[in-house]
Design a protein around this ligand. Structure first.
Ligand SMILES: NC(=O)c1ccc[n+]([C@@H]2O[C@H](COP(=O)([O-])OP(=O)(O)OC[C@H]3O[C@@H](n4cnc5c(N)ncnc54)[C@H](OP(=O)(O)O)[C@@H]3O)[C@@H](O)[C@H]2O)c1
Length: 334
């Protein structure tokens, strides 16, 4: 907001032509103000008095106009797949990025961003990581909750421990990190949380039942949180990718128990899932989208990315029977 305090100008002409002679700026940190003095010379008519415009700019009110372009961004799970592509892209665009890994010392490749140790399944690890982050930077602009894994197998074949690990990582992991960052964002009265959801948060994927449950939980949590954080100028965005070519299936955990009755369908469904990831598009597409969301002044709440993620939920909504048919075909269940 620009608030003119004093304004003197020649009134002899309706539309004077003027030239800016000097431009001065002073910052009052105590009053959180920027004072701008603009001295103008009237060109026509030449005899007119010069005038001065004196403005006070309050950055807390006009944050958007003065928003810095290069942001401080925290990306969880930045050693492979989406997280690595997102972090690399944001660094190349000039942002300051902090990534995370459960084992930073085991990463042999050179990264252009700093890696902090983080296991999202542990309260202690999350607390220490965020404390470490805050010792390096007092402000954070964006949190990307990306760290995740998949438990693969029929629901009946999955142990309760494996099911809990799935939700501890994909759902409670994002909840823990968000909980530690929120006091910083509220204090700043500014922040942006980007949660990496999934197509599996929109439809139930067979043999990824607990993975689907974790992403459905993340959807519901993000939808509620969005309303609670709006008064503090904290934005929430859900990115919902379809199948993409990452390490997800290599890092996935297989259900330990094998129930013979599933033997006839299990290999077909697992092959369909692994083919969808192996022949999926590059994670660069998601990184490009996240970068666009971060640059956007008014980001949308949800972004679907990848053909499956756009097509299947629409089919489900408008033509549920056709969706059943299409999903069964996609996952080789017919
Ligand atoms: N690939 C897809 O088709 C797809 C589609 C939709 C959504 N997603 C979601 O995208 C996100 C990233 O997955 P991705 O596909 O890129 O898989 P990925 O290549 O396997 O990457 C997973 C990342 O998460 C980190 N991670 C795993 N468990 C962790 C834990 N307990 N604590 C902290 N970090 C952990 C890993 O880092 P370290 O091993 O170094 O700790 C790694 O950097 C996940 O949330 C996934 O659900 C993937």
């Amino acid at each position: 907001m620009i608030e003119p305090l004093k304004r003197r100008r020649a009134r002899t002409h309706n539309r004077p032509h003027y030239d800016i002679r000097s431009f001065d700026m002073a910052k009052s940190i105590q009053r959180k103000e920027i004072i701008v003095l603009i001295q103008c010379q009237i060109i026509s008519p030449p005899e007119a008095d010069p005038f001065v415009v004196h403005c006070v700019v309050r950055p807390d009110v006009s944050r958007n106009r003065f928003m810095k372009q290069n942001k401080i961004i925290f990306v969880t799970g930045a050693t492979s797949g989406f997280g690595l592509s997102i972090a690399n892209r944001l660094v190349s665009e000039g942002h300051k990025v902090y990534g995370t890994s459960r084992n930073p010392s085991k990463i042999n490749v050179r990264l252009d961003f700093e890696l902090l140790q983080l296991d999202v399944t542990s309260d202690e690890s999350v607390k220490q990581c965020i404390q470490g982050l805050l010792s390096k930077t007092p402000t954070i602009d964006v949190l990307v909750n990306n760290a995740g894994m998949a438990v693969i197998g029929a629901i009946e074949e999955t142990s309760i421990e494996q099911a809990k690990l799935q939700l501890e990582t994909n759902f409670w992991g994002s909840v823990r990190v968000t909980k530690e960052i929120l006091p910083v964002f509220r204090r700043q009265r500014q922040g942006h949380i980007i949660n990496i959801g999934s197509l599996a948060g929109l439809i139930g994927v067979p043999f990824q039942g607990f993975y689907s449950a974790s992403k459905h939980a993340l959807e519901g949590y993000t939808k509620s949180l969005r309303f609670e954080l709006e008064p503090f100028n904290i934005k929430l965005t859900l990115v919902e990718p379809g199948f993409f070519r990452t390490n997800l299936q290599h890092s996935s955990v297989s259900a330990t128990k094998k129930v013979v009755d599933y033997d006839s369908i299990r290999p077909k469904v697992l092959k369909a899932l692994s083919d969808s990831i192996e022949h999926g598009p590059s994670p660069e597409i998601v990184a490009h989208l996240v970068s666009k969301v971060i640059r956007s002044k008014n980001p949308k709440f949800k972004y679907r990315v990848g053909n499956d993620s756009k097509f299947l939920p629409i089919l489900n909504f408008f033509f549920p029977r056709l969706f059943e048919f299409g999903a069964k075909r996609k996952f080789q269940l017919m």
